[in-house]
Design a protein around this ligand. Structure first.
Ligand SMILES: C[C@@](CO)(OP(=O)(O)O)[C@H](O)COP(=O)(O)OP(=O)(O)OC[C@H]1O[C@@H](n2ccc(N)nc2=O)[C@H](O)[C@@H]1O
Ligand SMILES: Nc1ncnc2c1ncn2[C@@H]1O[C@H](COP(=O)(O)OP(=O)(O)O)[C@@H](O)[C@H]1O
Length: 269
């Protein structure tokens, strides 16, 4: 019987780059939320590690040891047949590979009863938050997490179909020492929260637009949202809407105008 796990899309609602370590990794101050859409993982015992990638976004995703799911299983020390049903675009700033690896580890724990006994950072800076899989403030290079309660946020995610590798976007930052997020208000009603969020930033947005100018068109396509911003190192952008129906209508409009883009309505929280 395979054991299944959900790999939700990760969205950086704000992402401040506050410094750089001696090893080149950047210090972050980020508000991370998770969507109710994502990839699906199933694992079953097997004589050796095997990966099958299926689903609408399987194209181009490696099905070998380059895949973070495969590496997660090897580090867990379990031979498994992993099935990855890919719904999220890859190299898109929404943690596809990291969330898949985290879901693989959750599924392997359920299958074997054994947890993760290695430092998840070896699989990437986004692994700790993707293992947590709930809204959090993320600091350090990604290892320091503070849990948060967010109001449910109806949203649209839009990706223009260009892959943006993370390293080159960090390398294109004009400044590596920027102010951290301001203190989040204690009241977490939607209006107060959105007012605060609008005053935060994604420091990777301008360098990513420099590398892929189409990202500016994506933000423009989301101009009727209460707030539109890029997630992670891009190119996926999110727009926040007052209610789910408004998000679904906006997603429909954007998909009709830009049939080549990946567009999805969801709720973040
Ligand atoms: C930028 C973020 C924000 O959540 O998201 P994505 O755009 O990847 O979704 C993450 O920090 C990405 O995490 P992850 O994708 O796991 O990155 P890693 O594989 O560890 O690193 C890829 C490359 O990004 C740069 N990097 C990453 C994280 C960090 N704190 N500082 C960095 O400088 C390094 O050049 C590194 O070689
Ligand atoms: N499970 C996976 N899903 C998608 N891409 C993966 C996966 N494992 C490894 N990769 C590789 O990692 C690269 C970054 O993908 P991804 O983790 O989705 O990006 P990001 O870090 O921007 O969210 C891709 O180009 C792909 O080749």
């Amino acid at each position: 019987m395979p054991t299944e796990a959900f790999a939700p899309a990760k969205v950086n609602l704000a992402l401040h780059v506050t410094g750089r370590r001696d090893d080149g990794y950047h210090l972050l101050d980020s508000l991370v939320a998770f969507a109710d859409i994502g990839d699906r993982i199933a694992v079953a015992h097997a004589p050796e590690t095997r990966l099958t990638v299926t689903g609408p976004r399987a194209g181009g995703v490696p099905a070998d040891a380059r895949n973070l799911c495969w590496r997660a299983a090897e580090l867990h020390g379990t031979h498994a047949h992993i099935t990855l049903e890919k719904h999220l675009p890859a190299a898109a700033g929404i943690g596809g590979g990291s969330s898949d690896a985290a879901a693989t580890l959750r599924a392997l724990e359920a299958l074997t009863g054994r947890g993760t006994d290695f430092d998840p950072l070896v699989l990437g800076a986004d692994l700790p938050v993707c293992l947590y899989a709930r809204a959090a403030r993320m600091q350090g290079i990604g290892e320091a997490l503070t849990p948060l309660d967010l109001p449910p946020l109806p949203a649209v995610l839009v990706n223009p179909g260009v892959e943006v590798p993370t390293g080159p976007v960090f390398a294109a930052l004009p400044s590596r020492e920027n102010p951290p997020m301001t203190d989040m208000p204690v009241a977490r009603d939607r209006q107060t929260f959105l007012g605060w969020l609008a005053a935060q930033r994604n420091d990777l947005q301008a360098p990513a637009i420099g590398l892929q100018p189409v990202i500016a068109q994506v933000i423009d396509a989301l101009r009727d949202a209460d707030l539109a911003r890029m997630s992670g190192s891009g190119a996926t952008c999110f727009g926040l809407y007052p209610v789910q129906g408004a998000a679904e209508r906006a997603a429909g409009r954007i998909a009709a105008r830009h049939p080549g883009w990946w567009t999805a309505a969801c709720t973040l929280g």
